[in-house]
Design a protein around this ligand. Sequence first.
Ligand code: ARG
Ligand code: ZN
Length: 883
Amino acid sequence: KEIFLKEYKKPDYLFDSVNLEFQLGEDKTIVTSKIAVSPGTEGTSSPLTLHGHDLKLLSIKVNGKDLKSEDYMVDSRHLTVSRPPGGTFNLEIVTEIYPQLNTSLEGLYKSTGNFCTQCEAEGFRKITYFQDRPDVMATYTCRIEADKTLYPVLLSNGNLIEQGDLQGGKHYALWEDPFKKPSYLFALVAGQLDCREDSFTTCSGRKVTLRIWTPGQDLAKTAHAMYSLKAAMKWDEEVFGLEYDLDLFNIVVVPDFNMGAMENKSLNIFQSRLVLASPETATDGDYAAILGVVGHEYFHNWTGNRVTCRDWFQLTLKEGLTVFRDQEFSSDLGCRTVKRIADVSKLRTYQFPQDAGPMAHPIRPHSYIKMDNFYTVTVYEKGAEVVRMYKTMFGASGFRKGMDLYFQRHDGQAVTCEDFYAAMCDANNTQLPNFLQWYSQAGTPTVKVSSSYDASSQTFSLKFSQEVPPTPGQPVKEPMFIPIAVGLVDSTGKDMPLTSIYSDGMLQSLTSDGQPVFTTVLQFNKKEEEFIFNNIPEKPVPSLLRGYSAPVRLDSDLTESDLFFLLANDSDEFNRWEAGQVLSRKLMLSLVADFQQQKTLALNPKFVDGLRSILRNTSLDKEFIAKAITLPGQGEIMDMMPVADPDAVHAVRTFIKKELALQLKDDLLSTVTNNRSSEAYTFNHDSMARRALKNTCLAYLASLNEPDTTELAFIEYKSATNMTEQFAALAALSQNPGQVRDDTLLDFYNKWQHDYLVVSKWFALQATSDIPGNVANVQKLLGHPAFDMRNPNKVYSLIGGFCGSPVNFHAKDGSGYKFLGEVVLQLDKINPQVASRMVSAFSRWRRYDESRQALAKAQLEMIVSANGLSENVYEIASKSLAA
Ligand code: ARG
Ligand code: ZN
């Protein structure tokens, strides 16, 4: 059933307090829920409809009396009390559930012997009958009763107010959460867990106990997560004035989890990968992800929990904002430019294709069948870009004022994206015309720019036009508000002072405190608009969309030599990187055309020179260099072609890689040698940057598949003392099929088979490989004793990984499609959320040639017609076929 934003209605009844009791058992769990209900509007007598799924109803009472069977109705998704008493009343419901059989990892389930919950978005209804919607906010108590030996630790939200032993080897704990919350933030954990304990004293002097819970043997690997948590608590106080509001904060680690982590009030739950780390077993990428996600979940305490969403269409209100906050946190603790490049790359690699495909949706969708399908890169990452645009417009202090007003107005409420917009604008006494279009229009806007210099009037003009492409259900689009940060670079490579500008027939001064500025933000919110800079003494090279000031595709009239000039000179480091990327994309596209016409491929020497001088530039950040010499991904290039050709793109990217390796071999070799280090592993930007640069160069060299480069990679593999370098060397070696590859992969497995997170990496590395005919290897790995279809991590590594290799997933013979089609149906029976994430790999099937289209379409049709298909998979598969 499809649900629409425009059909939102307030709940008929409010829940003021909820008392839950769990009797956790080995074959069943009994849940008793006592709710204080009051009418949402005075004098309402409408029926009270509760959500419920996979529940066995044992009893239902109103004001202490059992309801007669004619007074309520139960169907597979609801329980309806036909005639609730007027005024406030007590509702008591007892249900029976079977967490041991729950493989969907939604609601209450067991993961390696421990009970845990995942309620967002609509999992609470698998625990008990409830108005399971975020605008129903209540205070909760939770009493947990369980066997004391099997489940010594009993956790829920808020404060522990009572605990004790019971007869029959059982014990109980009673938790109380003083803050009102929606049901999706409820959590319960019971099991054998140990904790690392620490504390944080907040700015107002509250001493908060911090605990990270995990099976005993993993305790040593929680140090970095604890560091990250304390850093996040401090950062939120310093940057946003936001303080933690309880005396206890728990994080629990579980191996089986559908998403990354969950921000349940004071009881965050994480999948292992995003907490557990040691230098020997986790890479720099893992360490960075842990920092970001621990921050993310902690930041939700204010953006998500204290102020929550009115309905699930508003998801980006909390997710876009919280992703923005975790991006800023990681930037402040690391290197801003490098983080920005990583975030923009992620947007381009994953979000742009979604925005251009059958699942395209605005950051606030208009409708959904299964909300779980809308925890997307669009809602999260594009949502974060939309929040970033407020900061670009209002500056750090204006943005802070907007945040302050947002909390002042809405603490304790469930609100909408308009409420956030209003707080931002009101706090800054401005409106942003057409800004709200970002919330309702899907598709990545294209911005075209043409420039001209007039020497006689010393003016420089930039003419912009914007085009938002049609998307499913939205054929025609309105212009949007697009902030464009611009600097003008003079012939010596310096930014010109900007003093005034003409637009819309108005002259506007650009000075700030009487001083000229060097970067200005143009407010482009019409179909077409011209901006004319005054007092420009020579023809500049414009540096446009600095810092990537809006999530658009920029199509400028910069020449190749302008781009090489910016690559070498732009003061905006993001745009330096971007100039290189634009050049690479152009180069790759033209080589793809050559390849398709069977011409011999040749690399533009200016391109090689450009990269060489970046590689040799010791004044640049090393991680920046690593990113600047990395070519755009295959997906990005396929996206720019009328018909995506995975074979051509792969061939061209491989050709350029090898050609660069050959021509820059000496520089690459010396960079590898100069960036070795015998220091103990440390998580700080300089060491990570050093490793990133070294590993990038090593991958280039190993692509040559020559005895000396293979030997070098092998030495790096053997001598590595941390996973970052060890895994990078393994990845470098495994580019080339053959004995060395096979032996090293086996050696690595033997070394790490006891560590399930490292084994996941090992699966992912093989799965994403571009070696010919890899589908057979992946098929074989499905039967590997370490693989487990019920563990999402392993599925994402192996199946998800495989779909990340365009040459193999889109193999001409359809073997990749057939593989995925079969796996999706198998997975759907176990875990619909995970199956639906996998089936998304098919969604852009129309981008390929006719024979691939037919093969992919056949798989989608097979899936849609399967018996007992979940709504999750149905939504993605049917929308992919329809668009
Ligand atoms: N709120 C969580 C986070 O972003 C994600 C929960 C996702 N749940 C789901 N069923 N898709 O931190
Ligand atoms: Zn989140």
